[in-house]
Design a protein around this ligand. Sequence first.
Ligand SMILES: Cc1cc2nc3c(=O)[nH]c(=O)nc-3n(C[C@H](O)[C@H](O)[C@H](O)COP(=O)(O)OP(=O)(O)OC[C@H]3O[C@@H](n4cnc5c(N)ncnc54)[C@H](O)[C@@H]3O)c2cc1C
Length: 409
Amino acid sequence: MADREFDVVVVGAGPAGLTASCRAAECGRQVAVLDDNPLPGGQIWRGASKEAAAWMRRAERLGVEWMTGARVFDSPEPQKLAVETFEGDWRIAYRSLILATGARERFLPFPGWTLPNVMGAGGLQALAKCALPVAGKRVVIAGSGPLLLAVARYMKTHGADVRLIAEQASQAAVMRFALSCPPGKLMQAISLRAGLFGIAYRTGCWPVSAQGKHRLESVTLRTADGRTWTEACDYLACGFGLVPNLELAALLGCRISRSGVDVDEFQETSAAGVFAAGEATGIGGLELSLVEGEIAGYAAGGNAERAKALFSARASHRRFAKALEKAFALRAELRDLPRPDTFLCRCEDVTFERVGACSNWREAKLHTRCGMGPCQGRICGGAAEFLLGWSAESVRPPVLPARVGSMSR
Ligand SMILES: Cc1cc2nc3c(=O)[nH]c(=O)nc-3n(C[C@H](O)[C@H](O)[C@H](O)COP(=O)(O)OP(=O)(O)OC[C@H]3O[C@@H](n4cnc5c(N)ncnc54)[C@H](O)[C@@H]3O)c2cc1C
């Protein structure tokens, strides 16, 4: 693709990006979708699902242009994005932009968390979807939120020996949440849990350390009533909730709040002509991402009436998201997991002891290189936010790794 211009450019081909692109194209706009993954579908669908395929077919019929394996790494001038693929780099101009950049997992450091085979819950699922053999492997899944159940179900279906699901939230919080769910969601949860028959789901339980000589051999867990024990396992899949991907929005000057990119009722950010949808605006699950994408697509396409017709559906999904956030809030005890010699930044081998003398993220970066490695703080940033109350103060391009040649154009 040469340098191009579109009415609407969508960054992210997950559920929010797919619905946004279709709705904007239905309004007669010329639309392009850019995503750094090789296949569209985002984190949940990863190309291999009927839902993603249906939205893709609809988008293709509407003439939406796709650019996958395409990292948006900068916005070198107003209304223009810098994009890189294996083949080259381009500048893509837009009249309206929809950010549907999704979220990533939050990791919390504990002794042994950097051992091989300790990984993200969604990360292990993604690897298994890309042919990592899990059949017969002993898996412990730990952290917080419904994603743990989805991953356990996937692992069980693919023959893994799921030893335990350790949910840090209390039983009371999980029960209150279940009872507050709309009937459809409750049925979904019941059927998910039924599919996990025989697998222990312990609430008020979290990992305190992982052990192994060259790779993971066991994990030590603790319960809120003080019981501690060790489980032998081949994989420890950990996910302490999700963190929105905000780097591009921050670079474009969009206002960001505690939960994600700030948007108005039409999903427009504080930067005129820039919309945001899905988990980038706050963690809320699949249905909220889909409907926010639709609203952003209609609004960017100029059909406010169609967008307004979806406000009440969005309100109900937002209530569910609030209940989810409350129920699976991380407990204070998790702040005591790291020891002085535990790594906070695994890219640059920076321990808690070393960042102890720093009072904010910027100071830690300057003095210890914390957050300056290949992941650019995507892993340690979420942990530092929860453990130390630090947040990134500024974002600089490239927001994703890019070749020097692409940046110097
Ligand atoms: C690892 C992981 C696994 C998950 N698994 C499940 C599951 O099994 N079941 C479930 O119900 N929910 C799952 N979720 C939650 C689910 O992703 C959300 O509920 C929802 O579907 C998010 O949709 P979205 O469109 O907002 O974002 P996403 O689906 O995350 O899509 C965002 C897309 O934008 C791309 N992107 C971001 N920045 C850039 C950039 N600068 N340049 C180019 N592309 C970019 C990302 O690579 C991604 O493909 C998972 C989440 C994560 C993080």
